[in-house]
Ligand binder design. Structure first.
Ligand code: AMP
Ligand code: MG
Length: 315
């Protein structure tokens, strides 16, 4: 494909899905809609394709990728599943849950996918377009968020194009992402232990309902995933948190009773706030104001994940 015409914008119908799957099988880079954020997909079993993801994103090579699979059977070809992993898959797949599990020896994934770790991060997504692309490609797909490393994640095709533009082969336009935040990542450890590596749309309380309380009492605070960098999701200008009011030079993102220039959710709905967060950070980045201020958001349920992302955006 000639460079000037990249990326091809594909429709989220049978023709677009078939073309996306063809490009992926050939080793290309295709941005795809999921229920969390847009992913930058490539076949997980080919070194050059995985290297191209790191290159396009400018992602540090020590930060491993999540592999997306069609179902538990496909996941079991890549990782070792114990009874807890099966219970978790039963409860939350397909959906916004990523599990870090022991890598199966001889699993057909490029070494760069796991950044050399003895574990692999797996997710079975729910978005019908992403599911159709995985099925038609017939391959596990490595797919981090479809943005330059460290920036705000994309929740629409336009965000992908402005961040990665000519660096990728195609983007499938599936509209806005429903959840709007990256998946909850949980590591299942030996001896029945587990920990949340990244809070996300599935709150820790829902996980506790399946697995019980984490026995080593660690949560997202314990930074083990190399990708949990302190500064991430950065819109490229200063971000001030817990701002009930704003100065003249601040683009103010409101919530509930704080109106702002725009609002995450006028009614104080945290699910709506999660879905709108990145689009409003992108809007703030593009506004003529030199800074961004964000109203306080309570840390209940998915509010924990929203505050996790806001803290990194402000760092
Ligand atoms: P992203 O693809 O940008 O949503 O980021 C993927 C996240 O998954 C990063 O925070 C990675 O560090 C994390 N991750 C992927 N694989 C592993 C693994 N094997 N162990 C721990 N964390 C992982
Ligand atoms: Mg990311």
């Amino acid at each position: 494909m000639d460079h000037a015409s990249r990326p091809a914008v594909l429709t989220a119908d049978a023709a677009g899905i078939a073309e996306a799957a063809r490009l992926l099988r050939e080793g290309g880079l295709v941005a795809v809609p999921t229920e969390t954020v847009y992913g930058l997909a490539a076949r997980a079993d080919r070194d050059e394709s995985v290297a191209a993801i790191y290159g396009a994103k400018g992602r540090p090579s020590f930060n491993p990728l999540i592999v997306h699979i069609a179902d538990v059977a496909a996941a079991r070809e890549l990782a070792l599943f114990d009874e807890r992993a099966l219970q978790m898959a039963d409860a939350f797949w397909p959906g916004a849950l990523t599990m870090v599990l022991p890598l199966r020896s001889g699993a057909p994934v490029a070494a760069a996918v796991t950044a050399g770790l003895p574990t692999i991060a797996l997710r079975c997504p729910a978005h019908p377009v992403m599911r159709a692309i995985i099925a038609e490609a017939g391959l596990p797909l490595a797919a981090p968020s479809a943005n330059r490393s460290g920036g705000v994640s994309p929740t629409g095709a336009a965000h992908v194009i402005s961040s990665l533009g000519g660096r990728i082969d195609a983007v499938v336009d599936g509209g806005s992402c429903e959840a709007g935040l990256e998946s909850t990542i949980i590591a299942l450890r030996e001896g029945g232990r587990w920990q949340v590596l990244r809070p996300g749309p599935i709150p820790e309380s829902a996980i506790c309902a399946v697995l019980g309380t984490p026995s080593d009492a660690v949560t997202s605070q314990a930074i083990e995933a190399p990708g949990q960098l302190v500064s991430h999701y950065a819109p490229g200008k200063p971000v001030r948190l817990n701002a009930a009011t704003a100065q003249a030079n601040e683009f103010h993102i409101g919530f509930a009773e704080v109106p702002g220039d725009v609002t995450l959710s006028a009614s104080g709905d945290l699910i709506e706030a999660a879905a709108r967060l990145y689009a409003l950070l992108h809007q703030g980045a593009e506004s003529p104001k030199s800074r961004i201020a964000v109203a306080p958001v309570p840390s209940e349920g998915v509010g924990e994940a929203i505050n996790d992302r806001l803290k990194r955006a402000a760092a």
